[in-house]
Design a protein around this ligand. Structure first.
Ligand code: FAD
Ligand code: NAP
Length: 546
């Protein structure tokens, strides 16, 4: 990479030629594919990544138990059939080290690493309206110019920092699941505490309990944890798919979540109560994972239909957890199932039957402070050697804000997003020419298989750049009308959903009047793809070119 950002990267203003066609920020799966794709298109490209290597989420979230909840058949790249054919996944839901190894392999196979500066955070990106390019600066003092700024910074990459009083006084060690250190973190023989029981926390809890001397789980809102039913990869099925990769990719483009999740059986009202129970039993025992959100067609919009599934999940907790008091604390009764992302785990509730695990209900006994020796709640004090924070992310907007992108008027995108993000297709935002927010708010993003999302968006950007080049355009931004109409459409498809009313990191709530902006596009990945195709066919309708 260093060869790319060299002395000649300083722009000779008179030449009016930028250093690069494209600057890519972030080397997760989106950034890896973006660099490969833009290179293929004959564009000059440079990338910056704050971490020491490629991988993104799968680099940073190396906590014990981290694994994907989309099946490995679907959670991979399809752009090169040979890549799909040669890679050997081992499990139905591969663990983090295997996904990280895969992304490293892809980066090497397509010679992507060379284009990235690692350990380098983009700290500023200033639009220059005279030259129609961004001046991108980094925390290491680098400065480059690029015609297009492609943010593959991820929707879940800015972690919420722990800000509990007393943390500085803690004499033990503390770590975050979202930035788990790239070294051995000692769990054996230690008293470990974990705060946060979302998807990450529940995966980590299940594994940490197996090795720690004692694990204390500090739970605020109980979450739904669904059995993954993980197992070895079905090699025969994989090989069958590998023989027809382009067709499999096309198939994914027609699916609501860009992943092959067993489909809905019908409306809940199509079945008798006995049949409903049998269907639920079958899903829980034989399929598991994210298929639980796709059983009855009406479970996302009807409270009654949803209650069938939610109550089944709640009864499962009572069935598995032996101590009824502990079970009642774990029963997820704060919100209906599927209105926040499900945790997909192997043996989460069983963990609370172990002698070395204690559950603390923070709703009944909140944390007051962290002390030198552990955590003090209102009523108790817990001695700990290690505290694990698993507090989630500033999703969608966090990493965009961090990059400090400024337009001609000195504004950041978030200056226009005070009442919720405003985008066209979740990819572009008005007043910020030539800026692309890959898998951004207003696109299917976290509601779909994100490797597929990333590829679809990067391909869309590549198409736009080629179109601009063909027509001699140097500047693109969405029209106000198109952005407003898209924003309204995103809300329109989300409004009937129960999850629109649930407190949830996918919803921006305006505190003054309670109005809501649902951030990902809930109309389904397939519908989104069709809309993109229509827009392309209509000469990129909704965009203004200059
Ligand atoms: P990321 O992987 O987040 O990569 C973004 C990169 O940008 C990071 O490496 C970051 O360091 C870098 N970056 C950010 N800001 C800057 C800056 N200013 N300068 C330089 N570099 C910067 N999705 C699924 O579809 N299925 C799953 O099962 C699934 N499991 C997940 C499990 C966990 C623990 C988490 C956190 C997320 C999971 N996701 C899952 C969502 C996940 O975000 C995507 O699947 C995917 O990995 C995102 O890839 P990305 O390239 O878009 O972003
Ligand atoms: P999350 O779902 O937002 O969970 C954060 C947890 O921290 C919640 O339990 C939250 O409790 C708790 N918390 C936050 N602040 C707290 C405080 N001050 N005191 C006590 N508890 C606090 O975050 P995540 O678990 O990292 O998951 C984020 C997303 O990453 C998921 O939705 C999913 O998209 C993805 N992910 C997927 C997988 C997978 O299976 N493949 C695994 C991990 C992550 P409250 O609910 O009360 O706020």
């Amino acid at each position: 990479m260093e060869e790319n950002v060299s002395g000649d990267s300083q722009v000779d203003a008179a030449s009016a030629t930028p250093d690069y066609d494209v600057v890519v920020v972030g080397a997760g799966m989106g950034g890896i594919y973006a660099v490969h794709k833009f290179k293929q298109e004959g564009l000059s490209v440079v990338g910056f990544e704050g971490a020491p290597d490629v991988g993104g989420v799968w680099y940073h979230n190396r906590y014990p138990g981290a694994r994907v909840d989309v099946e490995s058949f679907d959670y991979c790249f399809f752009f090169d059939p040979a890549l799909y054919q040669e890679w050997k996944w081992t499990e139905r839901y591969p663990p983090q080290p295997e996904i990280l190894a895969y992304l490293g392999h892809v980066a090497d196979r397509y010679d992507v690493r060379r284009h990235f500066s690692f350990n380098t955070w983009v700290s500023g990106a200033q639009w220059n309206p005279e030259n129609n390019w961004y001046e991108v600066t980094t925390d290491t003092g680098q400065s480059v110019t690029g015609r297009f700024l492609v943010m593959t910074t991820g929707q879940l990459s800015k972690a919420r920092k722990p800000n509990f009083p007393g943390l500085d006084d803690f004499e033990g060690e503390w770590v975050q699941t979202s930035h788990w250190p790239d070294r051995h973190v000692q769990l054996e023989g230690r008293k470990v505490g974990i705060i946060g029981t979302g998807s990450s926390g529940s995966q980590a809890i299940t594994e940490i309990a197996k090795v720690a001397d004692h694990l204390t789980v500090f739970q605020r809102t109980p979450n739904y944890a669904i059995p993954a039913l993980n197992g070895p990869l079905d090699r025969e099925k994989y090989d069958e798919l590998a023989a027809r990769v382009p067709e499999v990719w096309e198939g994914l483009q027609k699916l609501g979540a860009a992943a092959n999740i067993p489909s809905f059986v019908g409306l809940s009202t199509d079945f008798t109560p006995e049949e409903q129970q049998a269907i639920l039993e079958d899903r829980w025992r034989n399929v598991g994972g994210q298929s639980i959100v796709a059983i009855f067609l009406d479970q996302g919009i009807s409270d009654e239909a949803n209650a069938l599934v939610s109550n089944f999940a709640r009864d499962e907790v009572r069935r598995i957890v032996k101590d009824p008091e502990v079970a009642e604390i774990l029963v997820p009764d704060a919100y209906p199932i599927g209105t926040r992302r499900l945790a997909v785990t192997s043996g989460y509730y069983e963990t609370f039957n172990r002698d070395n695990v204690t559950l603390v209900d923070l709703l009944a006994d909140p944390i007051e402070t962290i002390t030198a020796t552990g955590i003090k709640t209102r009523d108790h004090e817990y001695d700990l050697d290690l505290i694990v924070f698993s507090l989630g992310f500033t999703a969608f907007t966090g990493s965009i804000d961090n990059a400090n992108i400024r337009n001609e008027a000195g504004k950041q995108p978030s200056d226009n997003w005070k009442r919720g993000p405003k985008t066209y297709l979740g990819l572009t935002t008005r007043e910020f020419p030539n800026l692309f927010l890959v898998t951004g708010p207003g696109s299917p993003s976290v509601l779909a298989n994100m490797i597929v999302d990333n590829v679809q968006h990067v391909d869309l950007v590549a198409g736009i750049i080629a179109y601009m080049s063909d027509h001699g355009y140097t500047r693109i931004e969405p029209s106000e009308a198109a952005q407003d109409a898209w924003g309204e459409h995103v809300q329109e498809v989300a409004r009937p959903l129960i999850r629109y009313r649930t407190e949830n990191y996918m919803v921006h709530v305006n505190k003054d009047d309670g109005s809501r902006v649902f951030m990902p596009y809930a109309g389904g990945y397939a519908r989104y793809v069709e809309e993109c195709k229509r827009i392309i066919a209509n000469d990129y309708e909704g965009f203004e070119f200059a």
